[in-house]
Design a protein around this ligand. Structure first.
Ligand code: PLP
Length: 399
């Protein structure tokens, strides 16, 4: 029995069946490359859903992690630690915001944003207690907590998990008129992804984010951008909202904020919003811990020092152009921004899954999203030659 088979059998026996991974068991990673337990090498074109933008085991991120373990790793927020301030300073610098609040996973950061904008609604906007509404989009993905799945439009994400938290309204993604019509005096926020990753790499019509920002401002509604997947360089700018020169009221960040080695997330906003939190209102045992703070700071520094957003813009453009040149009977269209690219497979050609399995056999790891879409989102440290290597294999599979 191969090592892979052995581990798959063990995993199947003991793990909950809540994922359907490709049958590949990884045991090593470096940059854009990963190796399985049987010694096969693959290019990682998923990058842990963009949590590994800096590449696997980036030396500077690892150095920060290891160095910090030699001092202190966890204090809880009952005491101060000497690393969090520096990390949040950098995060505020990068987002252009006055304050930041650290958490661990993306879903926790989304929950933090929901709490912040609701409280802002009651205390600052003057919404009657218990009446706050948050507008969300069809096709959204903001995480897996019971509150968050409650406003998902994906039946499977919520099936069997109710009852759900009230106070959320859904509008069609990309439709500015629906957003405008959905706003009431009780609306506190518009929560959206500037490009829907899990929804299938869905790019909204050009101008949508800018117009949404104008409407939010005009109606005193907070614009909350979930940039957990799109942020930190992935789409060719530091934040996807930058493409339309929009600065949302609240940024939600996660994934690559931990450089692929440690869960680090958080929100960033100005003090008029963050000021609603008082001691005891909200917290997390691990949020802002010294180890995570050291990793978060290093992860941001790598993105900036290596100009990864600009790299994603250039190489993403090249990757997309070359993909478009492939004459395939199976591809409906290709969409995306920067190094977040979705290849939409025609329904008549079946689902995207078998294409991902064939890619794996040729050494390219990509994952289907939403049945018909193959997502290509490699670490941003990829080179043009490496993209060419992937393209050769992708062409074979698509033809
Ligand atoms: C991954 C993701 C989340 C959830 O992050 P977790 O760390 O898995 O909780 C939320 N929003 C978006 C846009 C994401 O891509």
């Amino acid at each position: 029995m191969s090592k892979t088979k052995e581990i798959l059998t063990q995993t199947e026996k003991y793990s909950a069946n809540n994922y359907h991974p490709l049958d590949v068991v990884l045991s090593r990673g470096e940059g854009i490359w990963v190796w399985d337990v049987d010694g096969n090498k693959y290019m990682d074109c998923l990058a842990a859903y963009s949590a590994v933008n800096q590449g696997h085991r980036h030396q500077k991120v690892l150095d920060a992690l290891i160095k910090q373990t030699e001092h202190i790793t966890l204090t809880s927020r009952a005491f101060h630690n000497d690393r969090m301030g520096e990390f949040l300073h950098k995060l505020c610098e990068v987002t252009g915001k006055e304050k930041a609040l650290p958490m661990n996973t993306g879903a926790e950061a989304v929950e933090t944003a929901i709490k912040a904008v609701r409280k802002w609604g009651y205390e600052v906007k003057g919404v009657e207690e218990g009446k706050a509404e948050i507008i969300t989009c069809s096709g959204n993905f903001h995480g897996r907590t019971t509150t968050i799945v409650g406003f998902s439009t994906e039946a499977q994400y919520k099936d069997g998990f109710g009852p759900f938290t009230p106070g959320f309204v859904t509008v069609p993604y990309g439709d500015i008129k629906s957003l405008e019509d959905a706003i009431t005096p009780n609306t506190v926020a518009f929560l959206f992804e500037p490009l829907q990753g899990e929804g299938g790499v869905v790019v909204p019509p050009e101008g949508y984010i800018k117009k949404a920002a104008e409407i939010c401002k005009q109606k005193n509604v907070l614009m909350v951008a979930d940039e957990i997947q799109t942020g930190l360089g992935r789409t060719g700018k530091m934040f996807c909202c930058d493409h339309e020169e929009v600065v949302p009221d609240v940024y939600i960040l996660g994934k690559a904020l931990g450089g692929g080695v440690y869960p680090v997330s958080g929100i960033a906003c100005d003090d008029d919003i963050m000021g609603v939190f008082h001691p005891g209102d909200h917290g997390s045992t691990f949020g802002g811990n010294p180890l995570g703070s050291a990793v978060g700071l290093a992860s941001l520094n790598v993105l900036i020092d290596e100009k990864l957003p600009a790299k994603a813009a250039d190489l993403g453009k090249y990757f997309m152009e070359e993909l478009n040149k492939i004459e395939s009977p199976h591809v409906d269209h290709i969409r995306g921004k920067g190094l977040m690219i979705g290849v939409v497979i025609k329904e008549s050609s079946g689902t995207a899954r078998p294409f991902c399995e064939k890619l794996r056999d040729l050494g390219v790891l990509a994952k289907e999203t939403h049945h018909q879409v193959i997502r290509f989102a490699p670490p941003l440290v990829i080179t043009k030659d490496e993209i060419d290597w992937a393209l050769e294999r992708i062409e074979k599979v698509l033809k």
